[in-house]
Structures are given as structure tokens and as C-alpha cells.
Design a protein around this ligand. Structure first.
Ligand code: APR
Length: 184
């Protein structure tokens, strides 16, 4: 059975098969979680990313680019682009597509455990509570449509507020909203 977990902390330290990066189209890992991943993994990540863009062109919404994870415990980094939040576009569909692209790429590579950050909820300005809800719902939908493909999906909030939002969103999609959390 596949399980969704929520953790607070630094995604680059997690012992998972694949870490998802909230990238931009050019895979220029200059800020946010992308810079953290690039720093933690070492220079091979930016080098492999540059090579990917040279070969395929800019990463499109709904597409994933997979590189090695360098010095991180993970084996792969799956780069996807979330939407830059704008009121005049279907942000939810665009973010959902990014999450599905990440999960599909993980499945193709045989990754059994995957960690995702709050894609779009930083520099790209997607309101945090909405973004975490879209991500949790999309992951839960995908897992129910693809049983047995992935063992573990970890939703990672860098700060406590994001982790709390992810926790609430998972409780909502798993139908346990309203039940108090059990301590330790
Ligand atoms: N571990 C987990 N989450 C992290 C980490 C980390 N080490 N560092 C940052 N985050 C969180 C942020 O707090 C935010 O909740 O990741 C979430 C996504 O924020 P951003 O990294 O800003 O991603 P996004 O909003 O999608 O913007 C993408 O930012 O880094 C650039 O190259 C990237 O241009 C692209 C843009």
C-alpha cells in the first residue's frame, strides 16, 4: 500500500529514491529549494541540467527532467516547473500537471520513494494553503489510480506552517479531516 507522509525540514537530506525540484524552465537553480538541491548535490546537478536543456530545450509545464542527485542520499532529482501564480490562469491545473509529471517520471525510473516540496509556493507566489492542497490531492489521486507503483511519497514543508498545511491537506484527502492528530 502506498502512503503519503508529511515531514518538516530540508528535502535535500531525505533518504528517498527521488527528490522533486521546483525548477524553472531553464533549470537555472538559482534560488529557493532549487538552489538548496544544487548546493547539497554538488555541481553535477547544474551541469546535468544544462545538458538536459541543451538537448531538449526549456522544460515545459507538465514535463519532467531527471538528473542524478550528486552527493545527496537520493538517487535522482526530478525537475518540474510549477506555475507562477496569476489570477487569470488555471493555476490548479498547471500545478496538478507538474505533480503528475513528477510522479510519472519517478515511476518510469523505478523510484519507490519520492519527496516533494511545496512546488510554486515560494518564489512563484502560489498561496501556500491552496498549493499544498492541490499537491496533496493530486498525489492521493495518482496513488489511487496507480496502485503498487510507489511505496512512499513524502510531502516536505521547509517551515512549520507549510508542513502543517500539508498535514491538514493530507488529512482532508484521506477523509480524516476533523479528527484530532495523535501525538507521538
Ligand atoms: N527543503 C524543502 N523545501 C524547501 C527548501 C528545502 N531545502 N528550500 C525551500 N523550500 C520550500 C520553500 O519554502 C517553498 O515552500 O520550497 C517551496 C517552493 O519554493 P521555491 O523554491 O521558491 O519554488 P517555486 O515557488 O516553485 O519557485 C520556483 O524558484 O528556486 C527558483 O529555480 C527556481 O525559478 C524557480 C523558482
Amino acid at each position: 500500500m502506498s502512503a503519503i507522509e508529511v515531514l518538516q525540514g530540508d528535502i535535500t537530506r531525505l533518504e528517498v529514491d527521488a527528490v522533486v525540484n521546483a525548477a524553472n524552465e531553464h533549470l537555472e537553480h538559482g534560488g529557493g529549494v532549487a538552489a538548496a538541491i544544487s548546493r547539497a548535490g554538488g555541481p553535477t546537478i547544474q551541469a546535468e541540467s544544462d545538458e538536459w536543456v541543451r538537448r531538449h530545450g526549456p522544460l515545459r509545464p507538465g514535463q519532467a527532467a531527471v538528473t542524478g542527485a550528486g552527493a545527496m542520499p537520493a538517487r535522482w532529482v526530478i525537475h518540474v516547473v510549477g506555475p507562477r501564480y496569476r489570477p487569470d490562469q488555471d493555476n490548479e491545473t498547471l500545478l496538478g500537471r507538474a505533480v503528475v509529471a513528477a510522479l510519472e517520471a519517478a515511476a518510469e525510473h523505478g523510484a519507490r520513494s519520492i519527496a516533494l516540496p511545496a512546488i510554486s509556493a515560494g518564489i512563484f507566489g502560489y498561496p501556500r494553503t491552496e498549493a499544498t492542497r492541490v499537491i496533496a490531492r493530486t498525489v492521493a489521486d495518482w496513488l489511487s489510480r496507480n496502485p503498487g507503483v510507489v511505496d512512499r511519497v513524502v510531502l516536505v514543508g521547509y517551515d512549520q506552517a507549510t508542513a502543517d498545511d500539508f498535514r491538514a491537506a493530507v488529512a482532508e484527502v484521506e477523509g480524516t479531516a476533523g479528527h484530532p492528530p495523535t501525538d507521538g
